[in-house]
Design a protein around this ligand. Structure first.
Ligand code: PFF
Length: 451
């Protein structure tokens, strides 16, 4: 298969390709969402499912997205148009665009919290004594309406400014310096958490599975978290791989991305849970957990303000590389399918996210009584995308690549047109044809009570 749109940008280096996919994968999903999901779903049992899903379902689906993206050099809808004989497959693309806009909306709210905490740390006012003090402070901040809404908009404005500069340049330069720094900081905080009084209890919560906690909701939570954390099932990896050079090895990139992403999530868990037990907090506090635990950790450190400012700054940058990637889905869709200019596409993407992002921010305050299926708007966007839309998208992509796509496209892409070998080809096809669709289908069925 030759490139369809030869005018499209290509990432300059292999490191660039991996850094950008890792940049998309690593973000608030690892540091904010993973600990709160693990905490509400019993710790160890969740962890076992999560890791199994990352490697058995996630890695094959990343490969499938990479195959579709690089072979079509197009957005998700265009990829299905090129390869599929029936238009119905393109619906996956529309669902991906919708998912990306919904995620961008609520994700920007949490990124806004990060900006607030970064600024407060920098000016030295993030000082509320003990864990209870940080809890009360966070609660009054998120329910306070205008500040969280304002930070959501500020974050989106920064995202907007970067997007206006185009794809390869801005993103590549960014991710290359940022990721290693964040990683080192996480290692330092890990070492610190391991010396805490609650370290043993925290680690055993995270790493000793209690299989009686293995309920359908734990499995669905772990499945959703795996897809969310890998930026999978909505076309992000597909869109990024459409910019990969022809000699980028897809299998290896998929495995590296999944492994690094998982390591960062585990590090976050190792930082958070010892502290949760040391400070006598509840691991199942939900979305607010990390914003209460982390400041308490920083408070207990010498030079806490500096650590705290640096950490929230890096977390803010990690969020940006993720929001840039999810924004590209809707932007390339608006440009390539609706024939919009890049500028208008970026404006539209940001405008929609600003509207719904503000509503999500307010759903902790004045809109907390407005619910959909019993969930606030923020929780609805979070749950509907992670637990339903992304795994469903991943299931369709795996069925399509496993069953429908010409086998020659698979081997061409996985072997860089015969230039390299890809030994586990049969395993990949087996996972895509059987394991991914059946496992995702079973988890869906169980969680709506059919099985
Ligand atoms: N994977 C990102 C994270 O863990 O923070 C979130 C994300 C990015 C989800 C891009 C979806 C996406 F398209």
């Amino acid at each position: 298969m030759t490139s369809k749109n030869t005018h499209r940008a290509v990432f300059a280096t292999r490191i660039g390709a991996i850094a950008t996919t890792v940049g998309s994968a690593v973000g608030l999903g690892n540091i904010w969402r993973f600990p709160y999901e693990a905490g509400t779903h019993g710790g160890g049992a969740f962890m076992v499912c999560y890791i199994a899903f990352i490697f058995l379902l996630g890695v094959p689906v990343i490969c499938a997205e990479f195959i579709l993206g690089r072979s079509s050099r197009s957005n998700i809808t265009g990829a299905f148009r090129l390869h599929a004989s029936h238009r119905v497959w393109q619906l996956t693309g529309y669902m991906g665009v919708l998912s990306s806009l919904m995620i961008l909306s609520f994700y920007s709210v949490v990124a806004g919290w990060t900006v607030e905490y970064m600024v407060q740390s920098a000016i030295g006012s993030l000082d509320y004594g003990d864990a209870a003090g940080y809890h009360t402070h966070f609660d009054s901040f998120v329910t306070g309406n205008w500040r969280p809404a304002l930070w959501t908009i500020v974050f989106l404005a920064i995202n907007f400014a970067i997007l206006m500069r185009g794809v390869a340049k801005g993103i590549e330069r960014f991710s290359n310096i940022l990721m290693p720094m964040l990683f080192i900081l996480l290692l330092i905080f890990c070492a610190n958490s391991l010396t805490m009084a609650g370290a043993r209890e925290g680690l055993s919560f995270l790493f000793s599975p209690d299989f009686s906690a293995l309920t359908p909701s734990t499995m669905l939570g772990a499945l959703g978290q795996a897809f969310f954390s890998l930026s999978l099932g909505l076309g992000t990896m597909l869109t990024y791989s459409s910019y990969f050079a022809d000699n980028t090895r897809l299998g290896r990139s998929a495995l590296i991305t999944a492994s690094l992403d998982t390591v960062v999530a585990i590090l976050a868990g190792v930082i958070i849970f010892p502290a949760v037990f040391t400070f006598g907090m509840s691991p199942s506090a939900g979305p607010t957990l990390v914003f209460e635990v982390l400041p308490s950790i920083f408070h207990s450190l010498a030079g806490g303000t500096v650590w705290s400012t640096l950490f929230f700054f890096l977390l803010f940058l990690a969020s940006l590389t993720s929001t840039i990637s999810m924004s590209e889905i809707a932007i390339t869709f608006f440009m390539e399918e609706l024939k919009m200019k890049r500028r208008s596409a970026v404006v539209l993407n940001t405008g929609i996210a600003a509207l719904f992002g503000t509503l999500c921010a307010l759903s902790f305050g004045c809109l907390s009584d407005f619910t959909l299926f019993g969930l606030t708007l923020f929780n609805f966007f979070d749950t509907a995308t992670s637990n339903v839309m992304l795994p469903l998208g991943g299931m369709i992509i795996s069925v399509f690549v496993g069953w429908k796509l010409d086998r020659s496209v698979l081997s061409e892409q996985m072997t860089c047109r015969g230039a390299t070998r890809f030994r586990p080809m049969r395993l990949l096809v087996f996972l895509l044809r059987w394991v991914c669709p059946v496992a995702i289908g079973l988890i869906f069925a169980q969680s709506i009570g059919i099985l």
